[in-house]
Ligand binder design. Structure first.
Ligand SMILES: [Fe+2]
Ligand SMILES: [Fe+2]
Length: 392
């Protein structure tokens, strides 16, 4: 037995969480990435600022940009703005809130049983009765939707900042529709969690880290990259996965409506950043963004381990490392990762942040297989939903 295994379990679990954080520092490809993510990681992972039950203050350091002439400066964005106006909906009246949701009803499962591998859990020494299995899935879906909610809260703040900072007039008026969309998403996810599931989990430390980093960054294009491309791109994949998996009709309709909105947001990110990366950035600046995007992609792939569910269910019965093994191998989580990166990688290619220089790094983590798929400027929300329905 190594020294690590001889320590009491609680001490081991605390050490385990520190080791995970140290790994983030080791894996960072450049000093710029570490400078940008490091302080946020300290606040998120070490001090757990998102979990202290008090509001978070993010000092804003970006510059607002106003051209009083209201120039028509981007035809495609203007068209997207017109679509966004027509696509508005009222979360209060549009969705069938009278639907009776019973999270433990096996006839209308929120998640299919195969989402996690209960045999695997048994091999790790934990046997759950069928009723307990249902309850664990209820926790997992509550956790997922809570992270969606907190992501939407971040998106609401980031969309407002981006609307101020973006140097395009057509970008600003589109941005205003996004601010409204995100407010609606916060409203509907919160209402579903609160009224229908009766469960809201705190923000995951890694999600906090990413939001913290992009809220504080003074560079508007970093906010864009972080929110419109990384967080929103992954959210779009995650919403789609849950939309396909759940049998609960109210949740399905809610997710479908949110997907229609989100597709516009990612489209906005791709249009705006593609021009900016190609025309305005020096090669060194472009490389910094390229590295940053890769680090954040890894952070998102490797670190959404649902520790909040672990703490609720298994702390003291299972080590953090064993939980990580279990949740990483869960078929549902596997599906999430697949769909999320299928959405993200083509967008990074499209905006010019996947040059041959970084491709080997993506290859190594198995993400190059998504390289040639369609980017968000080629995929409307309607097409996405149709694709999901067909696969279903
Ligand atoms: Fe949203
Ligand atoms: Fe969004």
């Amino acid at each position: 037995m190594g020294v690590f295994e001889q320590l009491p379990r609680r001490v081991r679990d605390v050490l385990d969480s520190y080791l995970e954080m140290a790994e983030l520092g080791r894996q960072a490809r450049s000093g710029g990435v570490l400078r940008s993510l490091g302080p946020s990681a300290l606040r998120g992972l070490l001090f757990k600022r998102g979990k202290q039950g008090v509001p978070t203050h993010f000092p804003a350091s970006h510059e607002a940009f106003v051209d009083w002439g209201c120039p028509a400066d981007h035809a495609e964005l203007h068209e997207l703005y017109r679509r966004a106006k027509r696509g508005q909906w009222d979360g209060e009246t549009y969705l069938a809130w009278q639907t009776d949701v019973d999270p433990l009803n096996p006839e209308v499962p929120l998640l299919p049983e195969r989402f996690v591998d209960f045999d695997h859990l048994e091999r790790l020494g934990i046997q759950l009765e069928p009723e307990e299995q249902q309850k664990l899935l209820y926790s997992v879906v509550g956790w997922l939707l809570s992270q969606f909610l907190h992501g939407e809260q971040g998106a609401l703040m980031a969309a407002a900042q981006v609307t101020e900072a973006v140097p395009l007039f057509d970008g600003k008026i589109f941005g205003a529709t996004q601010v409204m969309d995100e407010a609606r998403h916060v409203e509907v996810f919160h209402r579903y969690l609160d009224d229908k599931l009766g469960k809201v989990y705190q923000i995951n430390d890694n999600l906090f880290t990413i939001i913290d980093a992009l809220m504080r960054d003074a560079r508007w294009d970093m906010k864009f990259l972080g929110m419109q491309i990384m967080v929103e791109g992954l959210a779009l994949g995650a919403f789609g996965t849950l939309y396909s998996l759940t049998k609960e009709p109210l949740l399905r309709e809610l997710l479908k409506m949110v997907i229609l909105d989100e597709a516009r947001h990612v489209h906005y990110g791709v249009l705006t950043l593609r021009d900016f990366v190609q025309n305005e950035l020096s090669e060194a600046e472009r490389q910094e963004r390229e590295d940053w995007a890769f680090e954040v992609a890894l952070l998102m792939r490797n670190r959404f381990m649902a520790y909040e569910v672990y703490e609720e269910w298994f702390e003291g019965r299972l080590s953090r490392a064993k939980w990580r093994e279990f949740i990483t191998a869960a078929p549902g989580m596997e599906e999430f990762r697949h769909v999320m990166f299928k959405r993200l990688v083509p967008n990074l290619r499209e905006i010019g942040l996947m040059s041959p220089r970084i491709q080997p790094a993506y290859e190594q983590v198995g993400m190059m297989r998504y390289f040639d798929l369609a980017a968000a400027d080629q995929l409307s929300g309607e097409q996405l939903v149709e694709e999901l329905d067909q696969a279903h």
